[in-house]
Ligand binder design. Sequence first.
Ligand code: PHE
Length: 439
Amino acid sequence: MLVEKVARRACTCSWSTPRYRLYSTRSQPSPPLQVQGKTYARDTYSNATPTILSKVGKNLHLKPNHPLSILRSRIEAHFPQFQHLNSLSPIVTVKQNFDDLGFPPDHPGRSLTDSYYLNKQEMLRTHTSAHEVELFKAGVEQFLLTADVYRRDEIDRSHYPVFHQMEGANVTTRGEGLARLEKENEEMRQRLDSANIIITDPTRETTATNPIQEEHSEEEARIISDHLKNTLNTLVLRLFGGLRKEGDQEPLQVRWIEATFPWTSPSYEVEVLYEGKWLEILGCGVVKQDALNRSDVPQKLGWAFGLGLERIAMVLFSVPDIRLFWSEDTRFLSQFNEDSITPFKPYSRHPECYKDLAFWTAEGFHENDFCEVVRDVAGDLVEGVQLIDEFVHPKTNRRSVCYRLNYRSMDRSLSNDEVNEIQAKVIETVVEQMGVEVR
Ligand code: PHE
């Protein structure tokens, strides 16, 4: 989800600016935002809702025996020499999240429909890469950072506006540093050669769209890229290799794909074949010299990667709905244990209930804003929001949409009255805040 999204955002999405506020504009000027005891001034950028802000500090990646924490520990074990950082605040500056990494001013990821802002300068990080420059600046050369990240998105069983990423980076100096990487390359290559794994890597050919950097010699670029690839191929082997059934002769399959990120070149994505499907698990690349210059370490060079924990945890632990990670139900939490990866055994699946909602959109309508309102009203009771019909009126040019809202609780049965009440509140709120006209 995440890596692909960012890559796609980089090239295809259009910039759109909502013309309305996400929550009440009619009352008195809202008080400043309070998050974890700190106060943040509001301005026209503020779009982080109370529901989203209530997730700050939950730190599922640190919750003992939680699947996300179990997975984090597994990945940390692959990087024993690295500094492991788990408690950096999710509130970062726009400079940290975007500018320092070379995101262009008009990059769609910056838009209010995609990201959560506290105000024009401060936001909830959309990725763990937001900390790369500050850590390089502080002289950290090898780190593995785990944290919650926030993105405005659609609603379905694999998307949640808060999820967790791990960022790994390894930078070093020319000469001795690179010689060490070359030595480690040799060891990792031997391990991979004797493992039951097939790695498909068309990105070994340099292309004009994914070039090596002019500051690097061909040999330097090769050593760094190989080190990145060997490190991640062995990581994938560690995470997915041991999980195949006893006597299973099928090799593990991994493929490398060309990608684009503003602060790496060449850039790649990694996919793993799992139960017959290609699963995209991470984005990575050779850190651009630009970003290292901005970190005041122009003499260093190296790589970085970012992976999404939920995505991997959903397949490794057979978790069917991303909301389950937020469940406080002991029937969920008691199933997992720090020293093993075991499949989730669903306790009774409660019935779903869907309601359709058709309306004429107002100017500047964006689906993510609609989803935000639904989340804010329905919380974790909403399982999916799907556009099922749309048309433009030939005379008035107005656009009509119909969304199907799926409600289901992870823990109990919902009564019809309860769902009707939530749906009525959703309607009231979208009409008030988004200026739409229900049909
Ligand atoms: N931050 C990127 C994402 O969220 C992943 C990434 C990390 C890519 C580091 C390159 C280097 O998709």
